[in-house]
Design a protein. Structure first.
Length: 213
Protein backbone atom coordinates (compact mmCIF):
# COMPACT_ATOMS: atom_id res chain seq x y z
CA UNK A 1 0.00 0.00 0.00
CA UNK A 2 1.33 3.45 -0.94
CA UNK A 3 2.01 5.96 1.79
CA UNK A 4 0.50 9.43 1.51
CA UNK A 5 3.42 11.04 -0.30
CA UNK A 6 3.76 8.16 -2.77
CA UNK A 7 0.04 8.41 -3.51
CA UNK A 8 0.21 12.10 -4.43
CA UNK A 9 3.48 11.79 -6.35
CA UNK A 10 1.82 9.10 -8.43
CA UNK A 11 -1.29 11.23 -9.04
CA UNK A 12 0.74 14.17 -10.32
CA UNK A 13 3.04 11.93 -12.35
CA UNK A 14 0.27 10.05 -14.14
CA UNK A 15 -2.63 12.51 -14.50
CA UNK A 16 -2.87 15.82 -16.33
CA UNK A 17 -4.41 18.80 -14.55
CA UNK A 18 -7.76 18.20 -16.28
CA UNK A 19 -7.81 14.53 -15.24
CA UNK A 20 -8.31 15.32 -11.55
CA UNK A 21 -11.63 16.25 -9.96
CA UNK A 22 -10.41 19.44 -8.26
CA UNK A 23 -9.37 21.18 -11.48
CA UNK A 24 -10.61 24.76 -11.88
CA UNK A 25 -9.69 26.92 -14.84
CA UNK A 26 -9.88 29.93 -12.49
CA UNK A 27 -10.40 29.82 -8.67
CA UNK A 28 -13.15 32.44 -8.72
CA UNK A 29 -14.50 31.68 -5.24
CA UNK A 30 -11.14 32.00 -3.51
CA UNK A 31 -10.18 35.11 -5.48
CA UNK A 32 -13.50 36.83 -4.76
CA UNK A 33 -13.11 36.22 -1.02
CA UNK A 34 -9.48 37.30 -1.05
CA UNK A 35 -10.26 40.58 -2.82
CA UNK A 36 -12.71 41.57 -0.08
CA UNK A 37 -9.84 41.59 2.43
CA UNK A 38 -7.92 44.28 0.52
CA UNK A 39 -4.60 43.06 1.90
CA UNK A 40 -1.44 45.07 1.14
CA UNK A 41 0.50 43.85 -1.90
CA UNK A 42 3.50 42.93 0.27
CA UNK A 43 1.43 40.61 2.49
CA UNK A 44 2.85 37.15 3.19
CA UNK A 45 0.38 34.61 1.79
CA UNK A 46 0.43 30.81 1.83
CA UNK A 47 -1.52 28.37 -0.35
CA UNK A 48 -1.64 24.94 1.31
CA UNK A 49 -1.98 21.89 -0.92
CA UNK A 50 -1.60 24.18 -3.93
CA UNK A 51 -1.09 21.32 -6.37
CA UNK A 52 -2.47 22.32 -9.76
CA UNK A 53 -4.44 25.26 -8.35
CA UNK A 54 -4.39 28.54 -10.26
CA UNK A 55 -4.77 30.57 -7.06
CA UNK A 56 -1.09 31.53 -6.99
CA UNK A 57 -1.33 32.62 -10.65
CA UNK A 58 -4.31 34.82 -9.75
CA UNK A 59 -2.46 36.42 -6.82
CA UNK A 60 0.55 37.15 -9.01
CA UNK A 61 -1.77 38.78 -11.56
CA UNK A 62 -3.15 40.98 -8.75
CA UNK A 63 0.38 42.14 -7.93
CA UNK A 64 1.20 40.04 -4.85
CA UNK A 65 4.83 38.90 -4.63
CA UNK A 66 5.39 37.39 -1.14
CA UNK A 67 3.77 34.07 -1.90
CA UNK A 68 4.33 30.56 -0.55
CA UNK A 69 2.96 27.35 -2.02
CA UNK A 70 3.09 24.16 0.03
CA UNK A 71 2.39 20.73 -1.40
CA UNK A 72 3.33 17.20 -0.41
CA UNK A 73 4.13 16.34 -4.03
CA UNK A 74 7.38 17.36 -5.67
CA UNK A 75 5.79 16.49 -9.02
CA UNK A 76 2.98 18.97 -8.36
CA UNK A 77 5.47 21.69 -7.46
CA UNK A 78 7.55 20.99 -10.57
CA UNK A 79 4.43 21.37 -12.72
CA UNK A 80 3.41 24.70 -11.27
CA UNK A 81 7.00 26.03 -11.43
CA UNK A 82 7.09 25.19 -15.13
CA UNK A 83 3.73 26.86 -15.69
CA UNK A 84 4.70 30.04 -13.85
CA UNK A 85 8.02 30.40 -15.65
CA UNK A 86 9.83 33.60 -14.63
CA UNK A 87 7.04 34.48 -12.17
CA UNK A 88 8.06 31.50 -10.02
CA UNK A 89 10.73 33.74 -8.50
CA UNK A 90 7.98 35.47 -6.49
CA UNK A 91 6.92 32.17 -4.90
CA UNK A 92 8.57 30.15 -2.13
CA UNK A 93 7.88 26.46 -2.78
CA UNK A 94 7.75 24.05 0.14
CA UNK A 95 7.57 20.29 -0.48
CA UNK A 96 6.07 18.92 2.73
CA UNK A 97 3.21 17.08 4.31
CA UNK A 98 1.17 19.84 5.97
CA UNK A 99 1.47 18.00 9.30
CA UNK A 100 5.28 18.22 9.07
CA UNK A 101 5.24 21.94 8.25
CA UNK A 102 7.17 24.14 10.68
CA UNK A 103 6.47 27.75 9.65
CA UNK A 104 9.63 29.84 9.37
CA UNK A 105 7.70 33.09 8.93
CA UNK A 106 4.35 34.64 9.80
CA UNK A 107 1.63 34.85 7.18
CA UNK A 108 -1.32 37.22 6.89
CA UNK A 109 -3.47 34.88 4.78
CA UNK A 110 -3.79 31.07 4.80
CA UNK A 111 -5.60 29.49 1.85
CA UNK A 112 -6.60 25.84 1.72
CA UNK A 113 -9.02 24.49 -0.84
CA UNK A 114 -9.46 20.73 -0.50
CA UNK A 115 -6.30 19.78 1.42
CA UNK A 116 -7.68 19.98 4.96
CA UNK A 117 -10.48 17.46 4.43
CA UNK A 118 -7.95 14.66 3.79
CA UNK A 119 -7.09 14.79 7.52
CA UNK A 120 -9.54 12.33 9.02
CA UNK A 121 -8.16 11.67 12.52
CA UNK A 122 -8.73 13.98 15.48
CA UNK A 123 -5.03 14.17 16.31
CA UNK A 124 -4.25 15.24 12.71
CA UNK A 125 -6.97 17.89 12.72
CA UNK A 126 -5.79 19.31 16.05
CA UNK A 127 -2.20 19.43 14.80
CA UNK A 128 -3.31 21.26 11.66
CA UNK A 129 -5.08 23.88 13.79
CA UNK A 130 -1.92 24.31 15.89
CA UNK A 131 0.20 24.81 12.76
CA UNK A 132 -2.23 27.43 11.44
CA UNK A 133 -2.04 29.22 14.81
CA UNK A 134 1.78 29.25 14.67
CA UNK A 135 1.83 30.37 11.04
CA UNK A 136 -0.60 33.28 11.12
CA UNK A 137 0.32 36.77 12.27
CA UNK A 138 -1.94 39.06 14.28
CA UNK A 139 -4.83 40.04 12.06
CA UNK A 140 -4.27 36.82 10.12
CA UNK A 141 -7.08 35.37 8.02
CA UNK A 142 -7.97 31.84 6.95
CA UNK A 143 -10.03 30.69 3.96
CA UNK A 144 -10.84 26.97 4.00
CA UNK A 145 -12.71 24.95 1.41
CA UNK A 146 -13.72 21.36 2.26
CA UNK A 147 -16.33 18.84 1.23
CA UNK A 148 -19.64 19.56 2.94
CA UNK A 149 -21.90 17.02 4.61
CA UNK A 150 -23.61 16.74 1.21
CA UNK A 151 -20.30 16.26 -0.62
CA UNK A 152 -18.27 13.19 -1.54
CA UNK A 153 -16.90 10.82 1.11
CA UNK A 154 -13.79 10.02 -0.91
CA UNK A 155 -11.46 11.88 -3.24
CA UNK A 156 -8.61 10.51 -5.34
CA UNK A 157 -9.34 7.10 -3.81
CA UNK A 158 -8.77 8.39 -0.26
CA UNK A 159 -11.20 8.87 2.60
CA UNK A 160 -12.00 12.46 3.53
CA UNK A 161 -13.81 14.18 6.40
CA UNK A 162 -16.97 16.13 5.60
CA UNK A 163 -17.66 19.45 7.31
CA UNK A 164 -20.51 21.70 8.36
CA UNK A 165 -20.22 25.30 9.54
CA UNK A 166 -20.32 24.16 13.17
CA UNK A 167 -17.69 21.44 12.79
CA UNK A 168 -15.31 23.79 10.96
CA UNK A 169 -15.82 26.50 13.57
CA UNK A 170 -15.06 23.97 16.32
CA UNK A 171 -11.64 23.20 14.79
CA UNK A 172 -10.41 26.81 14.84
CA UNK A 173 -12.54 28.56 17.49
CA UNK A 174 -9.81 28.68 20.15
CA UNK A 175 -7.73 31.26 18.26
CA UNK A 176 -9.93 32.35 15.34
CA UNK A 177 -13.32 33.95 14.90
CA UNK A 178 -15.63 32.58 12.21
CA UNK A 179 -16.54 35.33 9.75
CA UNK A 180 -18.94 33.32 7.65
CA UNK A 181 -19.51 30.22 5.54
CA UNK A 182 -21.26 29.38 2.33
CA UNK A 183 -21.99 26.27 0.28
CA UNK A 184 -21.01 25.92 -3.36
CA UNK A 185 -21.14 23.23 -6.02
CA UNK A 186 -17.93 22.50 -7.89
CA UNK A 187 -18.35 21.00 -11.35
CA UNK A 188 -15.52 18.56 -12.07
CA UNK A 189 -13.95 17.99 -15.51
CA UNK A 190 -15.98 14.76 -15.58
CA UNK A 191 -19.32 16.64 -15.37
CA UNK A 192 -19.98 15.47 -11.83
CA UNK A 193 -20.78 17.85 -8.97
CA UNK A 194 -19.01 18.12 -5.61
CA UNK A 195 -20.60 20.10 -2.79
CA UNK A 196 -18.10 22.27 -0.89
CA UNK A 197 -18.33 24.41 2.20
CA UNK A 198 -16.12 27.51 2.31
CA UNK A 199 -15.44 29.34 5.58
CA UNK A 200 -13.46 32.46 6.44
CA UNK A 201 -11.84 33.08 9.83
CA UNK A 202 -9.98 35.97 11.42
CA UNK A 203 -7.53 35.76 14.31
CA UNK A 204 -9.18 36.86 17.53
CA UNK A 205 -7.98 40.18 18.88
CA UNK A 206 -6.11 39.89 22.17
CA UNK A 207 -7.80 41.77 24.96
CA UNK A 208 -5.60 42.86 27.81
CA UNK A 209 -6.51 41.69 31.28
CA UNK A 210 -7.34 44.58 33.62
CA UNK A 211 -4.43 45.33 35.94
CA UNK A 212 -5.04 45.29 39.66
CA UNK A 213 -4.24 48.51 41.49
Amino acid sequence: MMDKKEHWENVFATKTEKEVSWYQEYPQTSVDFFKTLQLPLDSEIIDVGGGDSYFIDALLALGYTNLTLLDISGNAIARIKKRLGDKAKFVTFIESDILDFNPAKKYLFWHDRACFHFLTETVQIEKYADIVDKALDKGGRIFIGAFSTEGPKKCSGLDIKQYSMESLRFVFEKEFQLEGCFIENHKTPFDTVQNFIFCGFERKKITKEPTLK
